[in-house]
Design a binder for this molecule. Sequence first.
Ligand code: SF4
Ligand code: SF4
Ligand code: SF4
Ligand code: FES
Length: 957
Amino acid sequence: MSTAYETYQRAKDLGTPGPAASSKLVTLTIDGVEVSVPEGTTVLRAAALNGIGIPKLCATDSLDPFGSCRLCLVEIEGMKGLPASCTTEAKAGMKVTTQNEKVAKTRRNVMELYISDHPLDCLTCPTNGDCELQDMAGAVGLREVRYGYAGENHLDAKKDTSNPYFTFDPSKCIVCSRCVRACEEVQGTFALTIQGRGFESKVSPSQNQPFLDSECVSCGACVQACPTATLSENGLIEKGVPEHSVVTTCAYCGVGCSFRAEMKGQEVVRMVPNKDGHANHGHSCVKGRFAFGYATHKDRIKAPMIRETIHEPWREVSWDEAFAFAAGKIKSIQAKYGKGSVGGITSSRCTNEETYLVQKLVRAAFGNNNVDTCARVCHSPTGFGLKATLGESAGTQSFDSVMKADVIIVIGANPTDAHPVFASQMKRRLREGAKLIVLDPREIDLVRSPHVEADYHLQLRPGTNVALVNALSHVIMAENLQHQKFIADRCDPEGFKAWKEFILDPVNSPEHVFQETGVAPELVRGAARLYASKPNGAIYYGLGVTEHSQGSTTVMAIANLAMCTGNIGREGVGVNPLRGQNNVQGSCDMGSFPHELPGYRHVSDAATRALFGAAWGVEIQSQPGMRIPNMFDAAVAGTFKAMYIQGEDVAQSDPDTHHVTAALSSLECMIVQDIFLNETAKFATVFLPGSSFLEKNGTFTNAERRISPVRKVMEPLAGLEDWEVTQRLSNALGYPMTYRHPREIMAEIARLTPTFTGVSYEKLDRLGSIQWPCNDRAVDGTPTMHVGEFVRGKGLFKVTPYVPTDEITTRKYPLLLTTGRILSQYNVGAQTRRTENSKWHDEDVLEIHPHDAEQRGIEDGDWVGLQSRAGETVLRAVLSDRIQPGVVYTTFHHPFSGANVVTTDNSDWATNCPEYKVTAVQASKVTKLSDWQLKFAKFNEEQLGHLDRARQPHKVG
Ligand code: SF4
Ligand code: SF4
Ligand code: SF4
Ligand code: FES
C-alpha cells in the first residue's frame, strides 16, 4: 500500500504534458461530469485535472504520450473500440466513460499479462510502496493471474549495478519505454534503446553495455520516469521508502535546480528533482541528483580549531573560544597595522543571507571595504560590461525563454558539462529546429551530439573573442542587417554613432581578423547573417568570455551585437551569462565587491552610504577596498595581515598558485569557514566549521536572477548554520548582530535594496521562487529584463577595440593552455571528489592535439610536464582532436594536478578577473612530478598530520 506521502506525490502526475499555451477551452463530459480544458489537452489529462484517475503505465506528464501499455483505455461515445486516453485529444462535446465492466475487464487482462512476467516479491522489493505497477494492479482490481507464472519469462535477467547511484534490474521491466523516452526527450542523450521485438524486447544502454560504460550521463531522468523498481536509486534500495521531504535548491551550479530532499529522519534517502521547480521543471544532473554524499563524508570537520601558526597542530576548541581567539587576533592586528590590514572573502557557494552578513561584517566590524568574492575570478566582467551597456549587472532572460529562440549563440560556455539541466532544455529547442552557432576554441559536446549539430562552429584561437564578436557585428552593419527601428527607438544615438563608425572600420572585418582568430571569414559572415536573419536570437556565454584580459570588452561587444539586431527585451532573445557556481549572481547582488554595497551601489555615493550607515549604525568608508589580487599583493608586501574567508578555496581556485600561497603564508591570522579542510584552510590559523546546504536556511540566486529557497533538512553537523557563525564572530569583534533567522536578514536586504524590496520568505513560500527586480513595479518579480526600455534608459553601445593579450606564444612557450570544467566534478572538487562522481573523473588530464603530441613524442596516457612563466605541473596526456593544434586544455578539479600553478597573474583590464583561459605553455614528456607537486605533497602531509592530531588527541606526542 502506498504511504500517504507517496499517494500525494503521485497524485500530481497528470499523465501527459499540458498543451502549448492556448486560451481556447473545450467542454466535454467525463463520467457524466461536464469539464472544460484548454484545447489540445488529452482525455487522460483532462480527467486528471478534474480529479478523475484513469489507470496508466506508459504515460507520465513529463513525457509525450506514447500509447503502448493500453491500460488507460476508455469508452468514448461515437468512437470505435476502446481508445487510449493518453493519445486521444479532448474535443468539444465528447462523452467519455472511464470505468465500466468492459473497460475494467480489458484493463485487468492487460495487467494480468504484465504481472505474469513480473517477480512477485513486492514485500521485499526496495520500492514497495513506491511502485506504479503495484498501484495499478490495485487500481484495476487484479485478483488473479490466469496465465500462471511458469511460462516464458525474464525473471532471471541479471541486474546491472555498474552505475554507482542507481541499479537496473531488468527482471522487473515492463518495457513501457518511459526510460528511453526520458533519456531522449528530457535529457537529450539518447543513451537507451529498446532492443529486440515482441517478447524479446528489452531496455539496453547504448550497444548493450553496462550503464557505466555507456553514453549515459547519470542525470537520473530514466530513474525518475520508471514506474517500477527496474531503475531505482541505490539510496532507496539501501534505506527504504522515505518518510517526509523538504523542498530546497541544488548547491552546485548556476542553474539552481529545485529538489525535494526525501528523508528518513535526519538522513537523505534521495534527492528528487522538483516538477514545480521553475529552473528545472523536474530535471536534474548527476551532481544535484546524486552527489550529495559529501555532506556527511567522514572528512567533515565538526569542531572549531585554532593554532598560532600554520606549522603547528590544530587544537579543537569550543565555539566561544574560537570566536574570542579570532576576534582577539583581528583586533590586535588592526591596532598594530591599521584598520585596512584585514579583509574578507565571501562565497558564491553560500546563501545570499550569509554573503550579505560577511560583507556587512567587513564594512561594519572591520570598518573597511576590503571585501571581495570569488566572482572576481569568474563573472566580474559580466557585472561591469552589462551594467555599462544595458544598465544592470545580470542576465536578461529566464531559462524557459530559450524555447522561443530561433537562433542560439553559445560563446565560451560548455553547458552540457557546466549547466547540464539548462543544456538539456537548449538541446530540446535545437531538436525543434532552432539554429546553433558555437564560438569556442574546443569542440564542445554541443557542436555535435545526438540529433544536435551546430550550424557554425567558429573555432577561434584562445584570447581572440573580442576580434571575433566585433567581426560578427561588422558583417551585420556592413551588410545592413541591423534592426534600425530598435536602434533608433531604444538606444543612445551618440553611443550608436560612435560605435557604428568604429565597427565599420575594415580592421574589424572577418577577413582582417582572420590572422588573429584563425576563423575562416566565410564562416564568420555566414554566422552573422544567420543570427541577424532570425526573429529571435539569444546569446549564452560563460567563463570562456569573462576570464580573459579583455573579458569586460567581450561582454560589452556581446551586448552591442544583441542591441544592433534588436535582440533584447522579450522572450527568446537576450544576453545570458551562464554563472558557474550556484550563487554567483547572489553574491554579487549582496554587495560582495569592494566598491559596491548591496544592489550594485557604489561606495562613493553619499546617499547609499548614508542609507546603510544609518541602518547599520556605522560610518561606511567612501573609498573602495581591496580586490582579492590586491589583498594577495599587499599580503606579500607585508601590509595586509588577516583574512576571513567563508566557503572559498583560493589556494586551489585562484591563478598563480605560487603567488597565492606566498600571500596566504604571509598572513598573521587567517580565519577559514568551510566544511572541509580545503587547500586554503591548510594555511589557516582559525578554522570555523561550516554547514552544507542541507543544514541551513537561506536563499540562492541563479543565473536567471531567480531567488530560490534553501531549506534546512538536517541539523548542522557542527551545531551552527553559517550565518550564525558570522554573527557570533561579529559579536565577538564588538559589532552586535542579533538576527534570529535568515528571514530577518532577507527582510533587511529587502529594506535596503530597491531591486529586492518585494522579496520575502512568505512570498518565496507562496511563489516557489522570485526573479529580481521584485518591488512595487514588479510585485511577483521580473522574468525578462529591459522590456520596452533599458534599465539605464537607452541602451549604450560601447566601442570595443580588440587588444591582443600580452600572454602570447613564444619559442619557449609555443602552446596556448585553456581550461574548463567537466560534468561530474564541480569547481575545486572539494564536494564532488568526496562522492562517487570520481568514478568518472578521478584526475585532471591534459588534452593535446595528436599533431602537437607527435612533435613532442607524447603518447596517450604519458606523463606530461606543463610549464608556463608562472610554474610547472605534471598531468597525464589524452590525445584529442577536439582542440586545434597549438592549443592544450585541462580541468582544475583536483588540487594535485595544480592547473593554477601554471595560470598567470594576467587579468581583465576593468575588473582584474584572471585570464585563466589563455596561458602560453610548453608541454613535454616527463617521468617525474614537478617540484611544486613534490612540495605540495609534503605540505599536504604535514597539514593532514596536524588535523589528525587535533581530531585524535590520544595520538599526540
Ligand atoms: S526500465 Fe522502467 S521505464 Fe524503462 S521500460 Fe522498463 S519499466 Fe519502463
Ligand atoms: S541516467 Fe540520464 S543519461 Fe543515463 S540513461 Fe538515464 S536518462 Fe539517459
Ligand atoms: S544542473 Fe546545476 S543546479 Fe541543476 S542539478 Fe545539476 S548541478 Fe544542480
Ligand atoms: S498510459 Fe495510455 S497507453 Fe499507456
